[in-house]
Write a protein that binds this ligand. Structure first.
Ligand SMILES: Nc1nc2c(ncn2[C@@H]2O[C@H](COP(=O)(O)OP(=O)(O)OP(=O)(O)O)[C@@H](O)[C@H]2O)c(=O)[nH]1
Ligand SMILES: [Mg+2]
Ligand SMILES: [Zn+2]
Length: 292
């Protein structure tokens, strides 16, 4: 029988089979040998099914369309990277890492700035300006006022999407508003340090309607892109591409080279300063990665 993993907790995988519901499954030893761990989103073959207890065994993972590292899910069409406009304040360095990472995985990314009810028009405009050239769509949402919810629904329609982002930004709150089948637990954020409390602990695939699915995932605050060579980083910055053609040196990294058109564009405000500064930080970080 074939099904889809909708949740994995402590070695158990919950496999949804269209005709007969959800089975609690273990993965047989073959995966350990292949070092292949089942992921939420995997299409799998199960056998040894007990209809009474709704238990079975996963014996095979069908080929994956794609596979994300963080959040660890598979077979997604796109990632909705969610940050809060405030409470907690957005960490743009982390957001930029997401944008690089998702491009590395060939996954379409949509930036969603939630808690828009806490932002002034000027603050929204500043964020929009910063990401205007990055190649990913950006939208603002609020679960309090339902602002932007229809636009988000339109983006999700007919696709399998995963959310990704730090704790406490409202990933689960948004998912709860988008469908009525599954209500995820949500948590307040810490008053003192304005950080989320990691309410969602496990990724879960949730049907929204017909062919539309969304995955809720746990929040996280670090993301490495260490597999990249520093010289490759610039290729993931859409706004550098055309301008960079005019740099004096072919292969200019836009960091310390003279006559760099990217640096020129930053100084004239044609490329967002924030984006460029984070680029330089990531570049320096990759420079210091030890390679063997
Ligand atoms: N002001 C405001 N608060 C929101 C909004 N959306 C969610 N919140 C609040 O933000 C807090 C965190 O929401 P969650 O949905 O649990 O956040 P999460 O991203 O799922 O967090 P983790 O599961 O810990 O990763 C809750 O107190 C929500 O009520 C919003 O649009 N505006
Ligand atoms: Mg959550
Ligand atoms: Zn340059």
């Amino acid at each position: 029988m074939q099904g889809k993993i909708v949740k994995g907790i402590a070695g158990f995988y919950y496999v949804h089979v269209v005709e007969s519901g959800i089975y609690e499954c273990k993965a047989k030893g073959i995966f350990r040998k292949e070092k292949k761990k089942p992921l939420v989103g995997d299409d799998v073959e199960i056998e040894g099914i007990d209809e009474e207890t709704k238990k079975g065994n996963i014996i095979r993972i069908l080929p994956r369309r794609n596979e994300l590292l963080r959040p660890a899910v598979s077979n997604v069409d796109q990632a909705i990277v969610i940050f809060a406009g405030k409470k907690p304040d957005p960490n743009y360095n982390l957001l930029d890492r997401f944008l690089v990472r998702m491009q590395m995985e060939n996954t379409r990314t949509i930036i969603c700035i939630n808690k828009a009810d806490l932002l002034s028009e000027e603050e929204k405009q500043a964020i929009a300006d910063c990401y205007a050239g990055c190649g990913s769509e950006l939208l603002f949402t609020s679960t309090k006022t339902r602002y932007g919810l229809e636009a988000l629904q339109e983006i999700l329609k007919g696709k399998t999407s995963t959310v990704a982002g730090p704790s406490g930004v409202g990933k689960s709150s948004l998912i709860n508003l988008l469908q009525e089948n599954t209500q995820m637990e949500t948590g307040s954020i810490s008053q003192k340090i304005e950080r989320g409390k990691h309410t969602t602990r496990h990724s879960q695939l949730i049907p929204v309607s017909g062919s539309t699915y969304i995955m809720d995932t746990p929040g996280f605050s670090t993301l490495y892109i260490n597999e990249l060579e520093k010289e490759e980083l610039k290729d993931f910055y859409e706004e550098f591409r055309e301008v960079g053609q005019g740099c004096r040196f072919p292969g200019c990294n836009h960091v310390s080279e003279p006559d760099c058109q990217v640096k020129q564009a930053v100084s004239e405000g044609r490329i967002a300063k924030h984006r460029y500064e984070n680029y330089v930080l990531l570049f320096e970080e990759l420079k210091n990665v030890k390679r063997y």
